[in-house]
Design a protein around this ligand. Structure first.
Ligand SMILES: *Cc1c(COP(=O)(O)O)cnc(C)c1O
Length: 223
């Protein structure tokens, strides 16, 4: 809601923090128009554009960060989850203007910036950028979406397939998501269930085409 966004910004606003593809609430991408308006409001009001890439970042959408899909230039980017490849870590990057508000030691946390997690993060980035993982996401992501769209065309219980890369929301036309999620789990496929109509499908970034075939067959059976 672009006018809602415009009305929400006033002289007390420090920034706009946005998930470009909402994860937890069912893989809902914002429109290009909305993203561009958020960026424009930040520029005009001299406030921070903060993109929450905890779920969309680190290759999930086929780009290193989802803001690349929208041609945005955020002031601050948050990341976590995939960054450590299973090792716990959270981080954020900021442009010089915003980063200069912090000095080393200002932001202490018990487990922040420890050598194990940061080393794991560096290995993950190296594998993504130089080890072919990002290319794999592009390929397996389009394979996943092709297969899901074929399944949707042949099945009236699937109302919508949305997302990018290996971040997919599958919406049913009936309230069957929980039941389908349970059937998939019985078949050793773990998906997120959002409300009663949406599955959030976010496979590992090293997923193979045969893994995706397995998922599609399990989905067919469950439906
Ligand atoms: C999990 C998650 C967070 C929380 O990250 P922490 O590292 O636990 O603070 C924030 N944003 C999104 C989109 C998430 O999925």
């Amino acid at each position: 809601d672009i006018s809602g966004l415009e009305n929400a910004v006033n002289e007390n606003t420090a920034g706009i923090m946005i998930e470009l593809i909402q994860g937890e609430s069912g893989v809902n991408p914002v429109s290009r128009e909305f993203a561009e308006k958020a960026a424009e409001l930040c520029r005009k009001n001299d406030i921070a554009l903060i993109v929450d890439e905890v779920q969309t970042g680190i290759g999930r959408t086929g780009k290193l960060f989802a803001y690349e899909l929208y041609d945005l230039k955020p002031d601050i980017v948050t990341m976590a989850k995939g960054l450590g490849g299973g090792v716990p870590i959270g981080a954020f990057c900021a442009s010089e203007k915003f980063a200069s508000a912090f000095k080393p030691g200002d932001h202490g946390t018990t487990f922040g910036g420890n050598p194990l997690s940061t080393r794991a993060g560096l290995v993950v980035l190296d594998e993504l950028i130089h080890g072919g993982v990002l290319e794999n996401i592009g390929e397996t992501g389009s394979y996943l979406f092709d297969k899901l769209r074929q399944l949707a065309d042949a099945n009236s219980k699937i109302a919508n397939v949305r997302g990018r890369g290996l971040m997919c929301g599958l919406e049913f036309s009936e309230p069957i998501a929980k039941e389908i999620g349970e059937k998939l789990r019985d078949n050793k496929v773990l998906v997120g269930v959002v409300g009663d109509r949406v599955l959030r499908i976010v496979p590992p970034l090293i997923v193979t085409k045969s893994d995706i075939d397995y998922l599609i067959n399990a989905l067919k059976e469950a439906i």
